[in-house]
Design a protein around this ligand. Structure first.
Ligand code: FES
Length: 136
């Protein structure tokens, strides 16, 4: 008898065949976050054009749920305006995984969402510095 995993098929598919894995050289924004809960690490790289995410990659050193969450997150964020991408929450990621993630693993999806938000904040802080520099 095969034990039933507490994960949805969609989560398992993204874990086994993650999308958008890797790094963007000269990324416009980088978000790097370690989970307070377990110490797992996610890094999200974004390229931005006219306030839209035109490329996104991730690297995650963590559990199956963290890898699947990052993969789904990058699919959700690609092509979105930055303000829209900032509104992606951990619960959106959970829904996109057909709610197939146990409660004790919700922090894995929080890690992915927070890393994206940090990458956008990083991009915007660089962008505003560039603008300041233009006026100096
Ligand atoms: S157990 Fe650490 S992110 Fe999943």
């Amino acid at each position: 008898m095969v034990a039933k995993l507490p994960y949805s098929q969609k989560l398992l598919d993204h874990f086994q065949h993650p999308h958008n894995v890797g790094e963007i050289e000269n990324a416009d924004g980088i978000g790097e976050l370690t989970s307070d809960v377990c110490g797992d690490l996610t890094v999200v790289y974004i390229s931005v054009k006219d306030d839209r995410i035109v490329d996104i990659k991730f690297k995650t050193f963590g559990c199956a749920a963290a890898i699947a969450s990052s993969s789904i997150l990058t699919d959700m964020a690609l092509g979105k305006m930055l303000d829209e991408a900032l509104r992606i929450t951990d619960m959106d990621i959970v829904k996109a995984m057909d709610n197939g993630i146990p409660k004790e693993k919700i922090h894995c999806s929080v890690l992915a969402a927070d890393a994206l938000h940090q990458a956008i904040t990083n991009y915007r802080s660089k962008d505003s510095k560039d603008r300041e520099a233009t006026f100096v």
